[in-house]
Design a protein around this ligand. Structure first.
Ligand code: ADP
Ligand code: MG
Length: 263
């Protein structure tokens, strides 16, 4: 992995409170109505994430991790409770407003990379800038920088089908970074990847985090969660544990001990 990764993040919004929390949620509840039945997916979640943290979110399947991440990522709204993003309560914003905020402040990485197939790595990376006012030169420049940050500068012209799963995920991370978000959210970003490739992705997250970017990632793998600075464990729609990680490993060091494909 090249050591070209550096993070940039936007300044707190004007009018934001003095708190250092990038994210603050208070008594979040989420209900999904499905015909006659109602699923209570989040049952009173309160927590804060401060600037510069790296949080891993664990928990069994169905415990509410994705529901929580989708709310943090402004992809969905809570049924009850408050969500303050950089001090601004966004819990009642409509979809359109949320989409604008998401595009400006949040980078979101999914398990399935969600790249456009007939579109190069560079063009995929540029996509979120199409909703901003920057000109084409600046667009290309930022996309190239983002690809450099994930070590893919030399693959800008490649299509997803010409890249490995790990490379595609790195393009997805570049795309998440291109608008210079304050926070990077990732829902099972290593879920489809082999162990070495997973650690390579985590290495990128650690470097970005060390550059100042706030990172929150869902994983069901204990080994992967240990690379974060803090681990939250969800159970039945609530946070059951919230602990700092002692002696977290450096992904870059761990990579030296893992066999490469050629070995
Ligand atoms: P996790 O990511 O931890 O596996 P989820 O947040 O996806 O958990 O799901 C939490 C609960 O909410 C589960 O019972 C799930 O079936 C339900 N759920 C999630 N998304 C929806 C949805 N769009 N509609 C209805 N129920 C949902
Ligand atoms: Mg999930």
């Amino acid at each position: 992995m090249e050591s070209t990764v550096t993070a940039r993040h936007s300044e707190p919004a004007a009018g934001a409170t003095a708190s250092n929390a990038v994210i603050r949620v208070e008594e979040l509840h989420k209900y999904y109505e499905m015909g006659e039945t109602r699923v209570h997916a989040l049952r009173g979640v309160s927590m804060e994430i401060e600037r510069g943290e790296f949080v891993a979110i664990m928990g069994a399947s169905g415990s509410g991790k994705s529901t929580f991440m989708n709310i943090l990522g402004c992809l969905d709204r809570p049924s009850e409770g408050r969500y303050l993003l950089e001090g601004v309560d966004v819990s009642q914003y409509d979809k359109r407003t949320l989409a604008g905020i998401r595009n400006q402040k949040i980078g979101f990485v999914f398990q399935g990379f969600n790249l456009l197939a007939r579109t190069t790595a560079l063009e995929n990376t540029e996509l979120p800038t199409l909703y901003t006012k920057i000109d084409n030169n600046e667009r290309h420049k930022r996309a190239r920088e983002a690809l450099e940050m994930v070590g893919l500068a030399d693959r800008a012209g490649h299509f997803p089908s010409q890249m490995s799963g790990g490379q595609q995920q790195r393009v997805a991370i570049a795309r998440a970074l291109v608008n210079r978000p304050s926070i990077l959210l990732a829902d099972e970003p290593t879920g489809n990847l082999d162990s070495r490739t997973s650690v390579e992705i985590i290495d990128i997250f650690q470097r970005l985090n060390e550059g100042g970017l706030t990172v929150a990632m869902v994983t069901h793998e204990h080994d992967i969660a240990q690379f974060a600075r803090r681990v939250l464990v969800f159970r039945d729609g609530k946070i059951r544990r919230d602990e700092a990680v002692a002696n977290r490993p450096r992904a870059a060091e761990v990579l030296k001990t893992l066999p490469t494909l050629e070995d």
